[in-house]
Design a protein around this ligand. Structure first.
Ligand SMILES: [Zn+2]
Length: 291
C-alpha cells in the first residue's frame, strides 16, 4: 500500500512539475515575444530618427551649396572632394564639368590671330574710341586700358601708346615700310619679307587689326622708367584683362619675337590663367604649332 501511495504521490508531483514547466514555457514565450516587439519598435524608431537626420542634413546642404562653391572655386582640396562624394551624384558631376570646361572659342575676346591664323574674311572690328596718343582702341578693351593707365599713374609712372588699332590699309603700309627698309639695307624681297615677318605681321595677320592690342611704352619723354613700367605691366596687366602677348622663350609658339611692349586684351579670367602660368594665348587655346 505504502508503495502504491508513494507511486500515486510521485505521479501527482510529476503532473505538478509538468504544469509548472508548461506555465514557465508559456511565460518565456510571452516575454521573449514582448522583448522582440520592443526591439523591433526601437530599431524602427532609430531608422525613423536617422532618416530625419539625413533629411535635415540634405536640407542644410541644399541651402548652402552656392556659398560653398563660391568660397572654394576650385574643387581640388581633399576636404572638398570628400564632401562632394557625400553629397548627391548630380553635384559631383557638376563639379567635374566645371573643372573640365575649356575656353569658349566663340568669345570675341579670345580671337586668335597669328602667322597661321589670319583674321576671318568677314571680321568686323568693334566700335573704336580715342585713347589719346593719336590712337584708337575697341571701346570694350579701352575701358580696361583706362583703368590700368590710372593705376600705373597712381604708382608714379605714365604710359604712352605707340600703336593700337590698325586698319588693314595701315597694317599694309607698316608691312611695306619695313620691307622697303630691309631692301634698302641690301636684302632681296624674299629675305626682306622673312626678316619683317618677325616684327610686323603682313596685312590680315596682325593682331593690331582686332582693335584689342596695344604697344605700350613709358610716358616719360626721355625714356626713363621703361623697365619699371614694363615690370609693372607684367605684374598687373592681368588684373585688367591684358596679357603680355609675345613672351620671351615662346617665339616658337607665337611665331613672333619677344615684344615687351605688346599687350593684348583677352578678359580677366583668361588673362589671369595665362599670366599666372606663364602661358601664351596659343597654349591657353590649345592651338600650338607642331614641332
Ligand atoms: Zn604690337
Amino acid at each position: 500500500m505504502a508503495k502504491h501511495s508513494n507511486t500515486a504521490g510521485l505521479t501527482r508531483l510529476n503532473i505538478i512539475l509538468a504544469a509548472v514547466i508548461v506555465v514557465l514555457l508559456v511565460l518565456l514565450i510571452v516575454v521573449s515575444g514582448q522583448k522582440r516587439r520592443a526591439q523591433e519598435e526601437s530599431s524602427r524608431e532609430e531608422a525613423v530618427a536617422s532618416r530625419e537626420e539625413v533629411s535635415l542634413e540634405e536640407s542644410v546642404e541644399e541651402s548652402i551649396p552656392e556659398s560653398r562653391t563660391e568660397s572654394v572655386p576650385e574643387a581640388n582640396s581633399q576636404e572638398e572632394s570628400s564632401e562632394a562624394a557625400e553629397s548627391s551624384v548630380e553635384e559631383v558631376s557638376e563639379v567635374s564639368e566645371e573643372e573640365s570646361h575649356g575656353p569658349d572659342l566663340t568669345d570675341w575676346r579670345l580671337i586668335l590671330v597669328n602667322g597661321r591664323h589670319p583674321l576671318p574674311e568677314d571680321f568686323e572690328p568693334g566700335e573704336m574710341v580715342d585713347i589719346g596718343d593719336n590712337e584708337v582702341l575697341d571701346v570694350r578693351a579701352a575701358e580696361h586700358y583706362f583703368e590700368m593707365r590710372a593705376a600705373i599713374e597712381q604708382a608714379g609712372y605714365s604710359l604712352y601708346v605707340d600703336s593700337a588699332y590698325r586698319s588693314r590699309e595701315r597694317q599694309a603700309s607698316f608691312w611695306e615700310a619695313r620691307i622697303r627698309e630691309n631692301i634698302d639695307k641690301g636684302l632681296t624681297r624674299e629675305e626682306a619679307e622673312r626678316e619683317a615677318a618677325s616684327w610686323v605681321a603682313p596685312p590680315g595677320y596682325s593682331e593690331h587689326e582686332t582693335g584689342l592690342t596695344l604697344d605700350i611704352s613709358t610716358g616719360d619723354p626721355e625714356g626713363r622708367f621703361r623697365e619699371e613700367v614694363r615690370a609693372w605691366l607684367r605684374e598687373h596687366c592681368a588684373e585688367y584683362g591684358f596679357i603680355l602677348r609675345y613672351p620671351e622663350g615662346k617665339e616658337h609658339i607665337t611665331g613672333a619675337a619677344f615684344e615687351p611692349w605688346h599687350f593684348r586684351y583677352v578678359g580677366v579670367e583668361a588673362a589671369r590663367e595665362i599670366m599666372d602660368n606663364g602661358l601664351t594665348l596659343e597654349e591657353y587655346l590649345g592651338d600650338v604649332p607642331e614641332e
